[in-house]
Design a protein around this ligand. Structure first.
Ligand SMILES: Cc1cc2nc3c(=O)[nH]c(=O)nc-3n(C[C@H](O)[C@H](O)[C@H](O)COP(=O)(O)OP(=O)(O)OC[C@H]3O[C@@H](n4cnc5c(N)ncnc54)[C@H](O)[C@@H]3O)c2cc1C
Length: 413
């Protein structure tokens, strides 16, 4: 059959990448039957078969939980996630640490720790009944052609697609960003994060621990069954050396670094090491293209906010697309996409700047910065209203959630 005879599927939005952020955008459009959506994900998505077996987990803050609740995703995650009710932050000097409790802001939890694959799987479940949303997974895009009237794509399974808007949700190394010729700024932290699940002697008591060491932060985050997920940021060479150690020697180093807060750390599962690089795309949008999530911005994982930020991109873009289609506007036009950019850039830049400031303040080797940091943490811990207000901001509770997502959230409460 010649190309001209093959049928072309027309969609309003084609999302490249079915990670947590790409699928969140599709879920935010699940109640908009007039918006035809296609998601193309290159990898198969499988839930983890046993709790604690997935080392890629994310802290989902309460503000994002509200969004996922509205999408019908959150309830599915209760049995495969763990509640974070407190957070303790301290540095290697062991003095002047800060403590945050959900009850201080009138909530039961600050957030939950959830395996990434479970979030994706729950989102796929939500999309299963949506006739206006097609998910191709695993599938590849073989060619893409940006034209003024639309974007033309071919998939490896032979489909030809015409989209008014393509959305890059394909992660930090975004293929789509590269195809569109959009460059990015990069900040190499010269660090790697070692990620693993561990079993401490004592129960974590639903507390997230973050210890700032000279080489970088070491986080212990609560998982079901008393396990913890660790994220340990270290200089490249040091991380490589620790990755080579056998489990017993690695545990010795880990115990030394974390201290006796949870008794001895007794077991460690499979370890992974991820290079820490900050990235900011030079443009979030151009005619017929929008970038969301890590494709648009990558931040240091020290505050566990990356995917939370990405899900906020996803719902704002979904909202603008839905509005455009309701009023018969072109969702791929710069008029519409500029609204998304205008809404998201300030939030993204302010989170990136805060992460950068934290990184400097907590890795500085100057004694005076160390003293100021400890004094600052102490003052902050006792600052009452200021602390509550900053906690609400950090938990994403002060951000407006677009109306279409909130409508469903209210219906479910
Ligand atoms: C060590 C570490 C710990 C972290 N902890 C947290 C945390 O606690 N909380 C938090 O909020 N964030 C955390 N983050 C950040 C978080 O993991 C990312 O922000 C998040 O995964 C970004 O989601 P995404 O969907 O944008 O991209 P990704 O998760 O990278 O997903 C992109 C998807 O696109 C697919 N894809 C790629 N290319 C193509 C293509 N050409 N065609 C089709 N599909 C494609 C990929 O297979 C993938 O499924 C952490 C990051 C690291 C490194």
């Amino acid at each position: 059959m010649s190309d001209s005879m093959r049928s072309v599927q027309k969609v309003d939005v084609l999302i490249v990448g079915g990670g947590m952020v790409g699928l969140a955008m599709a879920c935010a459009l699940r109640e908009q039957p007039d918006v035809r959506v296609m998601v193309v994900e290159r990898r198969e998505i499988q839930p983890q078969l046993s709790l604690g077996s997935d080392m890629r987990v994310s802290a989902i803050i309460e503000g994002t939980a509200n969004i996922l609740r509205g999408m019908g995703v959150w309830d599915q995650l209760q049995n495969v996630s763990e509640s974070i009710q407190q957070m303790r932050v301290w540095d290697q000097q062991e003095v002047g640490g800060a403590r945050f409790e959900a009850l201080e802001v009138g909530l039961q939890e600050l957030g939950r720790l959830v395996p990434n694959s479970e979030i994706q799987y729950a989102m796929l479940n939500v999309l299963a009944d949506c006739e206006h949303i097609d998910v191709y997974c695993p599938a590849h895009i073989e060619s893409i052609n940006f034209k003024t009237d639309a974007v033309y794509l071919s998939l490896d399974q032979g489909q030809h697609v015409q989209a008014s808007l393509v959305v890059g949700a394909d992660g930090a190394q975004s293929w789509l960003r590269e195809q569109a010729g959009i460059s990015h700024y990069q900040r190499d932290y010269a660090q790697k994060a070692i990620v693993a699940n561990v079993r401490p002697q004592q129960h974590h008591r639903n507390t997230a621990y973050q210890r700032f060491l000279a080489g970088g932060p070491l986080a212990f985050l609560p998982l079901p069954k008393g396990l913890c997920s660790i994220v340990w940021s270290l200089a490249h060479e040091e991380a490589e050396q620790y990755m080579q150690l056998d489990d017993a020697l690695f545990l010795d180093e880990l115990n030394l670094a974390f201290g006796p807060v949870l008794g001895r750390i007794e077991e460690v599962g499979e370890r992974g090491a991820f290079p820490l690089v900050g990235r900011l795309s030079q443009h979030f949008v151009q005619h017929r293209l929008a970038l969301i999530g890590d494709a648009a911005h990558v931040i240091h994982p020290l505050a566990g906010l990356g995917v939370n930020l990405g899900i906020r991109d996803a719902i704002v873009l979904a909202q603008e697309v839905a509005m455009a289609i309701r009023y018969q506007e072109d969702p791929g036009s710069m008029d519409v996409l500029a609204l998304y950019r205008k809404n998201r850039v300030p939030d993204v830049l302010s989170v990136m700047a805060s992460m950068e400031a934290f990184h400097h303040v907590f890795t500085s080797k100057y004694a005076v910065v160390g003293k100021l940091r400890r004094a600052g943490m102490l003052m902050f811990s006792n600052s009452g209203a200021l602390k509550k207000s900053l906690m609400r901001t950090a938990m994403g509770l002060n951000l407006a959630v677009p109306a279409n997502v909130m409508t469903t959230a209210k219906k479910q409460i």
